[in-house]
Design a protein around this ligand. Structure first.
Ligand code: PDD
Length: 277
């Protein structure tokens, strides 16, 4: 069953537990993470927790719980849910205080939900997905996993309305990442993706894919590329906790490669599946 958590209490997801003055709700003043559980086992939990603490640190938010304590609460919640394959979302905000832009003197709020994971269907995997290129209208600190997702939400909706699975964002003529994923091309046997700068989220699945590429001796180049380089690529794919490795076969109605999921994308996905078994 699905379960939720708010400041130490386990509740039903539908229970109204977030106070109206909660800063995540009023300001988006917080950070979050998504962790996938496969057969009850968390995948790269340490990396996700470290990124959560890193994001909180940049926005000067004291989480107030030690990493190990938070990890325990997460594991307990998933255990209680009884779910084997689950997605756990955790949000940490600057707490509950009367509305004022200035930082309040109150403890952080921690909320979580655990729901069954929603794997990409086999049919979608077989076909690959379409993406739409859009201007990256986000701020300059996209390396923070911030709760402020309005530009991401608008981009994803625009993509959806144009029959695309994901919006791929372009800043100053170069592709940064997807609205909720990292983005990659394959050209002449090498994988290429945007470097880790403040303009992209340092994806955890990106770390896993980089390690797999190294194991398979596939060159992994961290260098920005343009939409034209995407259109001329042999393959493209995106990565995220939710999509894992997902082949992209069409971008702005242009076929990528032969319009079928590419061999390297398939290999990376197969290897990732081995790691999550
Ligand atoms: N999104 N870039 C952005 C903007 C993202 O929102 C995400 C993840 C990623 C991939 O990161 P990771 O591999 O650590 O999941 C890249 C999650 C899944 C979400 O918001 O639901």
């Amino acid at each position: 069953m699905t379960l939720a958590y708010f400041n130490g209490k386990i509740v039903e997801v539908k229970e109204p537990v977030i106070p109206i003055d909660e800063r995540g709700h009023q300001f988006g003043d917080g950070v979050y993470e998504v962790i996938r559980f496969y057969n009850k086992k968390p995948f790269m939990m340490k990396e996700h927790l470290e990124r959560l603490y890193a994001s909180a640190k940049v926005i000067k938010l004291a989480i107030g719980s030690e990493l190990a304590e938070l990890e325990k609460a997460m594991l307990e919640l998933v255990e209680k849910s009884g779910l084997e394959d689950a997605s756990l979302y955790i949000q940490v905000t600057r707490g509950v205080a009367p509305r004022n832009h200035l930082f309040p003197q109150c403890p952080a709020s921690i909320s979580m939900t655990v729901k069954p994971s929603r794997p990409i269907s086999e049919a979608v995997r077989q076909q690959g997905v379409k993406v739409l290129l859009l201007e990256d209208e986000r701020w300059k600190n996209c390396y923070i996993k911030s709760l402020n997702l309005l530009p991401n939400v608008l981009a994803k909706q625009e993509a959806y309305e144009q029959n695309c699975f994901e919006a791929v964002l372009v800043r100053d003529g170069f592709i940064t990442e997807g609205s909720s994923s990292n983005f990659f091309i394959v050209k002449d046997g090498s994988i290429q993706t945007a470097p880790l700068t403040n303009y992209i989220l340092p994806g955890i699945t990106r770390i896993a894919v980089k390690a797999i590429a190294e194991q398979l001796s596939i060159p992994f180049i961290e260098k920005s590329f343009s939409p034209e380089e995407l259109f001329a690529a042999d393959e493209a794919f995106l990565t995220s906790t939710n999509c894992e490795v997902l082949a992209v076969t069409v971008a702005n109605n242009c076929l990528i490669g032969n319009g079928q999921p590419g061999g390297i994308s398939k290999k990376l996905f197969a290897q990732l599946q081995e790691k999550t078994k």
